[in-house]
Design a protein around this ligand. Sequence first.
Ligand code: SUG
Length: 439
Amino acid sequence: MIELNIDGLIGPSHHFGGLSRGNLASTSNAQRVAKPKLAALQGLEKMRWMVERGYHQGFIPPQLRPNFGFFKQLGFRGSITECIEHAAKFSPKLLSIAYSASSMWAANAATVTPSSDSDDGRVHFTVANLLSNSHRALEASETEHLLRILFPASEKFAIHPALPPLPVLADEGAANHSRLCRSYGERGHALFVYGRHYDTQASQLLYPARQTREASAVVAQQHGLTDPIFLQQSPVAINAGAFHNDVVAVANCGVLLFHEYAFESNSQREAFARLREFGYFTPIEVSAAAMSLEQAIQSYFFNSQLLAEPDGDPTNMYLLCPMECREDNKVRTAIEQIICRDDNPIKNADYIDVRESMGNGGGPACLRLRVVLTHAELAAVNSAFLLTVDKIEALQDWVRTHYRETLIVDDLVSPTFADECRAAADSLERLVGTSLYAW
Ligand code: SUG
């Protein structure tokens, strides 16, 4: 079995809307000048990094923006231009929501269970409802539609719609879920990290805890998992700005790399005791002395992609870190120490520039959804979305043709910009040879 990484292709309306409370990058960069063309090219360069090293890499198209369906739900009438004018007068925030390119963070698209772990031998996806933020909650139905296009064979792939949008079922997908295993081909164990459950004291939390234990438990049941492990994220981490677990921890194969303050300590003790029973568990704790929580969140070190070899070999692992990690001496030293130690399989690190996405709180790992597949399942994935260097270059040309160099929130009012976004989407459909959008 192999791991397929599916990255969100960054859409032409990427901007800094300041929409995500508790995501410090998003709120502190609100209204900054965004560079959509650069953002999308950076994302594609990350995909190229993977493809050139032999990894299986796919992409999920950006969602169609502005979100006309959203305007209709609000009862706005008339053409797109009229709806945009109406939204802008009503509340500029609405326009930012309708234009959000947030589906780029594919780690929040769904939670995925490989066929080796599910009770019916299919790969299971549950679309995340993302209900903690309005702009993100709007992604779920289109994400489901796109996942069905990417993974069409229902005898191999089970795609579950998002959980009902109830606060007790708040779900953010793979950003709060890890699969641990000895090797991809063997049965693995799902680790669900949640920020709250129904009776959590809200007073402990400065910022929203976006994942509930209840949501994780429902997803585990839908996927036919027999022994899921639940682990509580520490309120300290959430209050410091770790709005998803993948801001303070990352796992792959047997390795769980995590910050000292990532998890609630009693919960950690219990979960780790269970994980140790499986015989392959390799926890790597980064102490607060080696890297403060603030440094971890600013550099996004734990949002690095932790990769096995392209053929799935778990004994020689790679960290693909955000460029910001190289620029912070303390973080870089911590990475070098992890690589030098012989008690773990992480042997290499490289650094990648995804600064535009980082400006909204999305590092390398946020931009990808991991899907562990057999070769037969990989052959059933819609090949239009599987990348080669040539396809990446064709997508880069498409970006260069259709994307603006810069975008600010005020630009969203212009009907010309809506036309540009729709022309880009139309041309993408032609490029991939598939109808993607409900026009
Ligand atoms: O949900 N930012 C995203 C970042 C998601 C990162 N994903 C993972 N950690 N897996 C979020 O907060 C900001 C958009 C804006 O402010 O315009 C935003 O949605």
